[in-house]
Design a protein. Sequence first.
Length: 218
Amino acid sequence: MSEPTAPRLGGRPDKRQAITRAARLVFGREGYTRAGVDAIAAESGVAKRTIYNHFADKEDLFCTVAIEGADAVTEAVHVLLERHLRKIVDLEEDLTAFCLERARAVTEFPEHFALVRAIHAEVARLPPHVLEKWRAHGPPSAHQRLAPYLRRIADRGLLELDDAEKAAARLNSLTQNDVLLRSFHGALPLPPATVEEIITDGVRAFLRLYAHEPRRPA
């Protein structure tokens, strides 16, 4: 099994970018098993041998574009975490604003989420190490990046948490996962009002579980 590799010497960055862009489209459209290097070469406008100047094989190319797409989404979500959860003014409003903007990432990265749909459809046929690497970079690890922010909010006395990662996974389940499942990872976009209702209800349910309840005077 090959690991994702850096571009080989002599590989032009602009051609590599064209290849990865085309690969993301082809894999998202045809899936991992059906997609061929010939189709990716045709889509990218480069010779098949040029692809092999940059990538060891189809598996290497698929792993690369899956991880690069996941990392792009992760960086976008990090910006939202810093914007909404670094400083809390109103906990419910700030969590809701973060989750709403995060849900829009599905529409901002359509090619990546088409690839995510292909991964879900072919999970049993993907090379195990490719799936493992994607899980470390992609949506399955999203709660690990959210957890430190929830821990800091808890340290301010606004949440009561025993396990920040479990709480983050619960928030994702109540908000993002419902949007992703009901929209089939963006294939059938939900009306904005529906997304807002899911997110609002999910955040309120999360706060009923974890919001700090000040002690009332005896």
